[in-house]
Design a protein around this ligand. Structure first.
Ligand SMILES: C[S@@+](CC[C@H](N)C(=O)[O-])C[C@H]1O[C@@H](n2cnc3c(N)ncnc32)[C@H](O)[C@@H]1O
Length: 209
């Protein structure tokens, strides 16, 4: 399976989600923190538009809808992941928007006030894919938009789900996103996996300028 092409990526991630239950994946969280807290700090305006890029089957849309946010979108390359999230949400799934796409090929049709990505950008190890991500990010946001990106930290794992990842410090992440995104708050988080191990993440909060 060539995980560098959109079809190969979709097949790879569909297979991951089809063969593992939700807490059999290292990134699983019952409680999507610090993501949810960082989004709340970014905006308490419940009509603010929020997109979770590579959201998979995360519980973040549940937390956002529970808190009253009304404009929530989840994008993922795996339709199986999104179907899992929708099944969990039941009729509430209709309150969110769902996009099946590879972020590196995606052409955003609108802009969001908050962009959130936990553990997706770090899978893009080629310069070409990283640039395509930044292009989509730029198209999908406007001046003043808040961009929250979490990747494995330099002390984090070198691979995830068998795929190599690019690890970042907050400064390296900032340099990679470029001058159009000014870094503010940044934090290191030791994520406890369902298997009892820990994974060091860096969370960067940027403002589009
Ligand atoms: C490690 S999981 C993280 C899921 C979620 N953000 C969370 O924190 O629970 C990575 C997710 O990124 C998705 N993904 C990987 N490459 C992608 C791409 N190029 N475009 C969109 N989604 C992608 C996968 O399907 C998977 O759901």
């Amino acid at each position: 399976m060539d995980t560098k092409t959109p079809t190969g990526r979709a097949a790879f991630w569909d297979q991951v989600y089809a063969t593992k239950t939700e807490n059999q994946v290292s990134w699983y969280q019952d409680n999507p923190e610090p993501s949810f807290g960082l989004i709340r700090s970014a905006t308490s305006d419940l009509s603010a538009s929020i997109i979770d890029v590579g959201g998979g089957a995360s519980h973040l849309p549940d937390a956002l809808l529970d808190s009253g946010y009304t404009d929530v979108t989840v994008l993922d390359v795996s339709s199986i992941a999104l179907e899992r999230a929708k099944a969990r949400l039941g009729i509430r799934a209709a309150q969110a928007s769902w996009i099946t796409a590879d972020v590196t090929r995606w052409k955003p049709q609108r802009q969001w006030r908050v962009w959130h990505d936990r553990a997706v950008f770090h899978f893009l190890t080629s310069r070409e894919d990283q640039e395509a991500y930044v292009k989509a990010l730029t198209q999908a946001t406007a001046n003043g938009s808040v961009v929250i990106v979490a990747t494995f930290a330099p002390s984090g794992p070198e691979r995830c789900s068998g795929l190599p990842v690019q690890r970042y410090s907050a400064e390296a992440l900032s340099a990679r996103l470029g001058a159009g995104f000014r870094i503010g708050h940044r934090t290191m988080v030791a994520h406890k996996t369902p298997f009892g191990s820990t994974q060091d993440f860096v969370f960067g909060v940027f403002r589009r300028v």
